[in-house]
Design a protein around this ligand. Structure first.
Ligand code: BGC
Length: 977
């Protein structure tokens, strides 16, 4: 795995490496003067990065002139002659500050460099300066057919270097060049003034103090500063606003509030949103040719309201995040206390600051309906302050037609704003009651409109005086309540929370996290960025558990709707494990959710032509929403993931009552499905084969015998048979009732056992590796250096081409080596890993964590650590440039696994609990806790030893690197590696 996100730098010439623009401008101006044309500075600026011929057209158009082709050519040639004459004088003073050192450092770090300039004279300039050796390739205007903003020039540069565009970064000083870079699918840094480069994701004035490490690792100029218990934003930038909204999202698993700024932010860039788990809108799909079992429509988690809006006006000037005079702006997500704090000073119009603003926001973990904010303004000089707090029901939607949220009622009840909201098309209504309170004197005004309600307070403050606004909302939905009285109840709850006041809500929340952290923290000494990342992951994970039997956890939590709020196998295989080994009771509702969807899963199995139950690959209500059925519905391994989580939950808690009342039915119906899905194939020696599937690797569709799926299905079928036998003996009445209701029989049970025992497991004896499926090894290998890493290449390649390509999206066979690791020898694991990892582009965020686990098991600590870092910092560093759409929830659960199962070497196979700690070199110490079947164990890994402490239970037995350890209360054995 190449850990560098950026592998090539592509430079424009003029204004980026050298300031030739003044020589160009000189040439055009001389020509314009000679011809008597108008040539204002703005026109001169617009010619940057534009080819000579296009420049002639622009100048003529500006002057309202039409000329023949020959005349134009003659103008271009005259300008060029003047220019060439002038650049003979070019020298070091024309070089952009810091650029040469920067290029040299980048090259020393292994980065390839290209110069991509529309100027046909680029080589002459480089040679005049003696710097042509700094570039691996030079693309000039002579090599291309289309000017920027066409991406041709950069794509050619990248292809000459042999680096996929995704791994290239362009440095540009012109709007058209930036557009070209973005159209080429490259990262881009603007060089110059931010105001003049509005489309640049990031802007640098020059190259004098650039954090090269950050650029190479993240593709961005800055990483958030490493701190142990929080994450802080200091710069306010329009283009990153949506990233911060996801990072700063607060939730309790029922309500999720994105971390948008309170004031009117940047339309088109920021996405203020509040999501309510289980509440969605629908959009029917229009299939031109609708085949049996095709999904009917999309379910889209709804952004029900923006209730966090507070607009600030000081002395009649309205605050905006890009206003002048903002000082010390800082927002910080506090993992210890669970809230989002903000502070800044503001001098309206510039000068000396007149106000200091502090805000705090929270979503309550105890009061599951409650979210709140406080907004405080302190006058630093006498001034008039106006605050307007609004609740706005968003109009339109990025993906659904019309206004997907209808306002059924907007009224005032018991001092609260009461809003009843209904999806235009969707089953669940939402009641939102908001209490808004201003402290201090001054005039108040309430305004209600069709889709918003606002409260305004205007107050004159003297220096040192403060005014404060508190607002809390109670949000309820018909997911778990009837519509009758819903709004009344929300109003009642909002009034109770308002009476408690913001500080009590904040104290409660802090107390909640204070009680939670000690057992669940992962402490890392030696690398502050890793410490921050792991705590951020743990915080976001925990605040997202809904603990409700009809709700689950989506692929972006409730932090964004890129994945539409859909639930995938992520929940069972990646998000649940941290909780299964620390608070398994919060996993049970997630399994209840699957039970709740069982009838829909039965219908789904019928729809695809099978018996039993098939869960929908991505869904909220149980209906399949995936349209690319071959890489979704065909991922039948989802049902094995649900069974796997059931097994873990039951083993951890011993909750047989739940197994008999809920779990068994899921296990049997899904086993019925798997047995019905596969068949005994004569030419495979009568083995049980499962054909036409998609394993975890979504680049390989419609394959036969995906190894992961078959091994999981084998386990599943045998486990279902085992539970069938147990239930018959231990809960005979429930067993009889279940069999009578669903038609399970001993004969069917034997069918599961037989299919499991006869399962075909693809293994190539000659190569000593598992075959990912029947076809994968027969595909043509590809040059992985030409495949972009860490990105879903389905977006770049036609599926037919992709299916012929021997590239894995994510851990597939490698995942098997972890989940069923007790079935394989170390040699097979080595061989499988050696074969599959180099063919994996880690296009899914679910990949790196699993690779950490196996790399660590194989003792490849450096590689394991690189994968860990990628997984842990996936969101903070925004490696995939998609955090704006929401956090990667499976990756966060996987990051816990990377530490505990990876570096801690924790395994929980049939032979019992095992640890095999291996501390990465980057860390001095790492400690975590796990709960295993009632025993609470604290593990502290050090470079040469590991300390185990039993903090709950009487004793526990486990293996430490294969050596038996019996741990009793009060003992602190230290085991050496
Ligand atoms: C991954 C799936 C995952 C989904 C949602 C896809 O990119 O390949 O395994 O379930 O994202 O996270």
């Amino acid at each position: 795995m190449n850990p560098l996100l950026i592998r090539a730098f592509l430079f424009d010439l003029d204004g980026v490496v050298v300031f030739t623009d003044r020589y160009h401008e000189m040439g055009w101006r001389a020509l314009a003067e000679a011809e008597g044309w108008d040539f204002p500075p703005k026109l001169a600026h617009s010619l940057r990065g534009v080819s000579r011929t296009d420049s002639v057209d622009i100048i003529l158009a500006h002057n309202g002139l039409q000329k023949t082709a020959e005349e134009k050519e003659e103008f271009a040639a005259r300008k060029n002659a003047i220019y060439l004459d002038a650049i003979r004088n070019i020298n070091g003073t024309d070089v952009v500050p810091g650029v040469l050192d920067f290029i040299k450092k980048a090259r020393a770090a292994g980065i390839q460099t290209a110069l991509c300039s529309a100027s046909k004279n680029a080589m002459t300039v480089l040679e005049a300066l003696g710097i042509s050796n700094l570039f691996d390739t030079v693309v000039t205007g002579a090599d291309i057919h289309r000017s920027k903003p066409d991406p041709e020039i950069f794509l050619l540069g990248a292809s000459r270097l042999g680096i996929p565009p995704f791994h290239c970064m362009v440095f540009e000083d012109a709007v058209s060049g930036i557009e070209a870079a973005l159209r080429a699918g490259m990262k881009c840094v603007g060089i110059g003034q931010a105001e003049q480069l509005p489309n640049a994701p990031e802007v640098l004035p020059d190259f004098v103090s650039v954090d090269l490490d950050s650029l190479l690792e993240t593709g961005r100029l800055h990483r958030p500063e490493a701190e142990p218990w929080g994450i802080t934003q200091t710069a306010l930038r329009e283009r990153r606003s949506s990233y911060w909204e996801s990072i700063f999202a607060l939730s309790n698993g029922i309500i999720g509030v994105r971390g948008s700024l309170e004031e009117t932010a940047w339309p088109g860039h920021s996405y203020p949103a509040t999501f309510v788990n289980g509440v969605f809108g629908r959009k029917p799909y229009e299939h031109l040719w609708k085949l049996p079992g095709f999904a009917e429509g999309l379910e889209m988690m709804l952004n029900v309201a923006d209730w966090t809006r507070v607009d600030l006006e000081v002395d009649g000037v309205k605050f905006a995040p890009d206003a002048t005079g903002i000082g010390g702006h800082r927002r910080r997500l506090d993992f210890e206390k669970g809230c989002l704090d903000r502070e800044f000073e503001w001098a309206p119009g510039g000068g000396v600051a007149k106000v200091r603003v502090r805000t705090k926001r929270l979503v309550s973990m105890d009061r599951r309906h409650c979210a709140a904010l406080a907004y405080e303004v302190e006058a630093l000089a006498d001034c008039e302050v106006k605050l307007t707090a609004s609740t706005i029901i968003p109009a339109g939607h990025w993906h659904l037609p019309g206004d997907p949220v209808l306002v059924k009622e907007i009224s005032e009840k018991d001092g609260c704003d009461a809003l009843l909201l209904e999806p235009a098309d969707g089953p669940h209504a939402v009641a939102l009651a908001a209490s808004t309170r201003f402290e201090g004197p001054g005039a108040r005004k309430r305004t209600a409109e069709a889709r918003s309600v606002s409260h305004e307070a205007t107050v004159r403050l003297q220096a040192g005086q403060k005014c404060r606004l508190e607002k809390n909302v109670a949000i309820l939905s018909t997911v778990d309540r009837s519509l009758d009285g819903l709004l009344g109840e929300a109003v009642k709850l909002a009034a109770i929370d308002a009476a408690a006041g913001f500080s009590v809500l904040a104290e409660e929340l802090a107390a909640w996290w204070k009680a939670w952290w000690p057992f669940h923290d992962i402490r890392i000494e030696g690398n502050p960025a890793d410490q921050q990342a792991i705590r951020f992951n743990l915080f976001q994970l925990r605040q997202s558990f809904p603990c409700h039997p009809k709700l689950s956890i989506g692929a972006n939590f409730l932090t964004g709707d890129k994945y539409c709020g859909h639930v995938f196998w992520d929940t069972e295989m990646y998000i649940s494990p941290p909780a299964l080994y620390s608070e398994p009771e919060i996993v049970r509702p997630l399994l209840d959710y699957r039970y709740h969807l069982l009838d829909k899963a039965r219908a789904r199995a019928r729809a695809v032509g099978n018996r039993g139950a098939l869960y929908s690959w991505n869904t909220i209500s149980g209906e399949e929403c995936a349209t690319v059925f071959e890489a979704s519905t065909a991922e039948y391994h989802l049902v094995t993931a649900v069974a796997w989580a059931i097994r873990r939950y039951v083993e951890q808690t011993g909750d047989k009552a739940w197994l008999w009342s809920h779990g068994a039915e899921i296990l049997f119906e899904t086993a019925r499905f798997l047995e019905n899905l596969g068949g005994y194939v004569p030419l495979r020696d009568g083995k049980f084969c499962i054909n036409a599937v998609c394993g975890p690797d979504e680049y390989a569709c419609g394959v036969n015998n995906n190894c992961y799926t078959n091994v999981m299905a084998q386990w599943h079928l045998r486990y279902a048979a085992k539970i069938f036998d147990r239930m018959r003996g231990e809960a005979p009445e429930q067993f009889q009732a279940l069999c009578a209701r669903c038609g399970f029989s001993a004969e069917e049970r034997d069918g599961w056992q037989k299919a499991g025992d006869a399962m075909y497991i693809p293994f190539r004896e000659d190569l000593g590796i598992h075959a990912q499926d029947d076809g994968f090894l027969n595909l043509e290998p590809v040059d992985m250096n030409r495949i972009p890493m860490h990105t879903d290449i389905r977006e770049k390649m036609h599926p037919l081409k992709l299916w012929r390509t021997q590239v894995c999206k994510q851990a597939d066979t490698v995942l098997l080596l972890f989940v069923h690791g007790d079935q394989f020898t170390k040699e097979v694991k080595e061989a499988d890993y050696n074969f599959y990892e180099p063919r994996t582009n880690h296009g899914s965020s679910l990949s790196a964590c699993i690779h950490t686990i196996i790399a660590a098991e194989l003792g490849r600590m450096e590689e394991a650590y690189q994968f860990f870092h990628l997984s842990a910092c996936m969101d903070i560093n925004d490696f995939k440039s998609n955090v704006a759409g929401g956090l990667h929830s499976a990756c966060m659960g996987g990051t816990w696994m990377a530490v505990v199962n990876g570096f801690g070497g924790m395994r929980d196979y049939d032979r019992g609990l095992e640890f095999a700690p291996r501390l990465p070199k980057a860390w001095k110490e790492c400690s975590f806790h796990i709960r295993w079947r009632g025993a609470g164990i604290a593990v502290t890994m050090m470079p040469d030893k590991t300390r185990y402490v039993l903090c709950d239970g009487d004793s526990v037995d486990f293996l430490h690197h294969g050596k038996p350890v019996h741990l009793s209360r009060g003992e602190h054995p230290e085991e050496t590696l």
